[in-house]
Design a protein around this ligand. Structure first.
Ligand code: UDP
Length: 236
């Protein structure tokens, strides 16, 4: 399998949010989907894990007194809403897709079945994994690392609003330096906050490189996956 023949793209809910950082902005959904459709048309097998932070973040509700599992279940359901929005947009672009959920809801999507997901990918369908891991106390970053491992993805592409990993917060420190290559060990010990520790541990253990890149910059996804350009930061 080529370097980026099959990838797992992690999209946070934030990327799909409206200007207020909340809810779904259908224009943002369309923009991102047209970038994804482009690489799918080039024959790259694309699986996605989508977050739900634009609708519900478990931890925030817990801080206001909600019971953790209840809040997290709500968070996982939020990811399903985002997944359906992505599916709708991609299908209107003529791309065949399947949504698979880690919490069964057969009327709206397939349940997660690993072998079936792989079959879909082989047939050129984009598979959107929703409802995270299906368990509270986890994040969709961890779900992304888990699904990437399960489907044998050659890379986990972490889509963000910044063009890689910096040694400090680039919004606060103008001298912050972008790090094009980072080891798993450094990413964890330097506290670079790329993903949570559980997600990292899975990637490291299964030797899945992580690319952190700016998905809002037009053409970036294509540059990375089709042209093989050194975009963003690589953790390996
Ligand atoms: N969540 C969960 N288990 C999972 C994945 C997600 O309980 O395996 C819940 C958790 O409450 C989380 C919410 O779903 O806050 C939304 O996911 P996340 O915060 O990872 O989304 P993102 O930040 O990527 O938008």
């Amino acid at each position: 399998m080529g370097r980026y023949e099959r990838v797992l793209l992690k999209l946070s809910g934030e990327i799909l949010a409206g200007s207020g950082g909340f809810g779904l902005d259908l224009e943002a959904v369309t923009n991102i989907c047209s970038e994804i459709a482009e690489v799918a048309r080039e024959g790259i097998q694309v699986a996605m894990v989508v977050g739900g932070g634009n609708i519900m973040r478990g931890q925030q509700a817990v801080q206001k007194g909600m019971e953790r599992s209840q809040a997290d279940n709500m968070g996982m359901l939020a990811t399903v809403i985002n997944a359906l929005a992505l599916q709708d947009s991609l299908e209107r672009m003529g791309i065949s897709t399947r949504v698979q959920t880690a919490i069964e809801m057969r009327q709206v999507a397939e349940p997660f079945i690993r072998r079936r997901a792989i079959r879909h990918l082989e047939k050129g369908r984009i598979v959107i994994f929703a409802a995270g891991t299906g368990s509270p106390y986890f994040s969709t970053d961890t779900a992304a690392a888990l699904r990437a491992s399960e489907i044998g993805a050659s890379c986990l592409m972490k889509a963000t609003k910044v063009d890689g990993i910096y040694d400090d917060d680039p919004h606060k420190n103008p001298n912050a330096k972008r790090l094009p290559f980072v080891s798993y060990h450094d990413a964890l010990t330097m506290g670079l906050k790329v993903m949570d520790a559980a997600a990292f541990a899975l990637c490291q253990e299964n030797q899945i490189p992580i690319v952190v890149f700016d998905v809002l910059k037009k053409g970036n996804l294509r540059a990375l996956l089709v042209d093989g350009s050194p975009v963003g930061s690589l953790v390996s």
